[in-house]
Design a protein. Structure first.
Length: 245
């Protein structure tokens, strides 16, 4: 099979959604539009982007499969790794960051859903936060990049953003590939927490705060700077999912 027919075994790839031809076309159009704008405005375009996303933080984040990689001889048995279920001790958090680092990390009160009204109220808090630590960005006009979740698209939210004169950038459907929190911030944030069991949400909160300070201090949050490369890859793939970046 391998030598004569040049066949090889490959694994299936998990993707967020089976994109339709219309969705692929939409991804291609948005990536092309944003890349063209970057070509005109260059780095000034990226410096105005503020990306926002929500995520769960838990008392236990399981290690990734790659963490169990070890050098072994051919005769050594394959190491075993047991899958540990995540507990229900968790908290929703909302993160907002730009090319300089995390601007705001907000802890959602337990038992509360992030509805459109809640997201609007959070945006008002975020607006006040921007006045304190990013007044220059407010002057330039931030470009909001968030996913197409229903609360983000409701009229109460879009009306508030229109009042602030904040432009919302289009986002490709079902595309964590072009969401800097998904492909960059959140993996880096949770990396030091993986494999550790925390006894309470207070300990989780302390770990998250420590991780945020470390990321802001290190200056390694370059997910927004990588967006043009990802737009190019989507254009090359004609709107399909990308990998290996």
């Amino acid at each position: 099979m391998t030598k004569d027919l040049q066949k090889r075994k490959i694994c299936a790839r998990w993707v967020p959604h089976c994109l339709t031809s219309e969705q692929k076309q939409k991804c291609l159009e948005i990536a092309t539009l944003l890349k063209q704008r970057f070509n005109v405005e260059v780095q000034a375009f990226l410096y105005r982007i503020v990306t926002i996303d929500e995520t769960w933080v838990r008392d236990f984040e399981p290690e990734l499969k790659s963490h169990s990689n070890k050098c072994r001889s051919p005769a050594s048995p394959r190491p075993k790794q047991f899958r540990r279920a995540q507990s229900q001790v968790k908290q929703m958090m909302i993160f907002a960051y730009d090319h300089r680092g995390i601007i705001m990390a907000y802890r959602v009160l337990g038992g509360t859903s992030v509805t459109a009204a809640y997201y609007r109220d959070w945006m008002q808090k975020f607006h006040r936060k921007m006045h304190k630590i990013r007044p220059d960005l407010l002057g330039d006009g931030p470009l909001i990049l968030h996913e197409n979740a229903r609360p983000h698209l409701r009229k109460v939210v879009t009306d508030l953003l229109s009042k602030y004169e904040w432009e919302v950038l289009p986002h490709e459907p079902y595309s964590p590939d072009t969401s800097p929190p998904d492909f960059h911030l959140l993996p880096k944030l949770k990396e030091p927490m993986r494999g550790h069991r925390f006894s309470s949400l207070e300990e989780v909160s302390t770990a998250v705060t420590r991780a945020i300070r470390g990321l802001n201090k290190s200056g390694t949050l370059n997910g927004i700077a990588n967006l043009p490369k990802r737009w190019d890859a989507i254009i090359e793939k004609q709107g399909n999912y990308i990998e290996g970046l």
